[in-house]
Design a protein around this ligand. Structure first.
Ligand code: ARG
Length: 271
């Protein structure tokens, strides 16, 4: 996670961002700290990435890379305003002992558009990540990539419209069908016939921009319609208030990069 020290909305690269709406920085910091502390109280380790001045979107740490079994595919941002974030993330992984850190050739916005299930990598395209990044990720990680077309500008990243609830079994996801093209919806129905299907009000609260550890699901508190369906499936919803971060077009998942087997695990993944 990257503290929102330099978080501002000074430009608009998604429909949520309105530079005319001021960000309450102390409130953003308090909300961010609350999320970080919740992860810790649930027993998770949280590493902090040093924020860099002039990179107001750096708080959305999920976009900086994708890590699977200790292998790190760096990001290449679609917008000039965020370009310099990619290097900060790669530097962090190298400094923290990740041996296999790749600078990508094609545009991909990290976990914004890549979601890891037990067997696959789900990959969004349409607004940010290039379709060419899908082949690049498949080659790098050696796992099948399922390309999904995003069609609604409010759901410009895959992680605003789909969340993997359990990455040890393939069926456990929740998503918002209207964010996807007809063909991609059919793919999702085929792969995930028992998925939790979200409604419009929960999607627009960025309820799918959630992080699950396989049991606890941390999600925006306004997405209350998801709480009971999650409980019925055996998950424990953990509502959090990240309204200031919503002004940049992100919530829980956007501000959380998942390390998925940290440094030292590389021996395991190469064995
Ligand atoms: N303002 C950022 C952008 O538009 C928000 C990124 C949100 N991150 C995410 N993982 N969806 O790029």
């Amino acid at each position: 996670m990257c503290p929102p020290e330099h978080f501002r909305v000074t430009y608009s690269i998604n429909p949520w961002m309105d530079p005319a709406k001021p960000v309450d920085l102390p409130l953003a910091a308090a909300q961010w700290e609350d999320l970080r502390d919740r992860y810790r109280s649930l027993g998770h380790t949280v590493e902090e990435l040093e924020p860099r001045p002039g990179l107001p979107d750096m708080v959305y740490a999920a976009n900086g890379a994708t890590v699977v079994e200790g292998r790190v595919l760096g990001a290449r941002f679609a917008h000039r305003e965020r370009e310099a974030e990619a290097e900060a993330h790669r530097d962090w992984y190298v400094a923290h002992g990740f041996a296999d850190v790749r600078e990508p050739e094609h545009i991909n916005e990290g976990e914004g558009d890549f979601a890891v299930t037990a067997s696959w990598l789900l990959a969004g395209r349409g607004f940010r990540s290039s379709p060419l990044s899908h082949g690049e990720a498949q080659e790098f990680f050696g796992r099948p990539v399922i390309g999904l077309d995003l069609v609604d500008p409010r759901y410009y990243h895959l992680d605003t419209a789909l969340c993997v609830l359990d990455d040890t079994v393939d069926g456990e996801v929740m998503y918002y069908p209207p964010a996807f093209s007809t063909g991609s919806r059919a793919v999702l129905e085929r792969l995930f016939p028992d998925a939790l299907v979200a409604t419009g009000p929960d999607a627009v609260a960025l309820g799918l921009n959630a992080v699950s550890d396989g049991h606890h699901v941390l999600l925006p508190q306004a997405a209350a319609g998801l709480f009971d369906p999650l409980r019925e499936r055996g998950y424990e919803p953990v509502p959090v208030d990240l309204t200031e971060l919503l002004k940049g077009g992100g919530s829980v998942k956007c501000v959380t990069a998942e390390l998925r087997a940290g440094p030292g695990s590389l021996e395991v993944s190469q064995a």
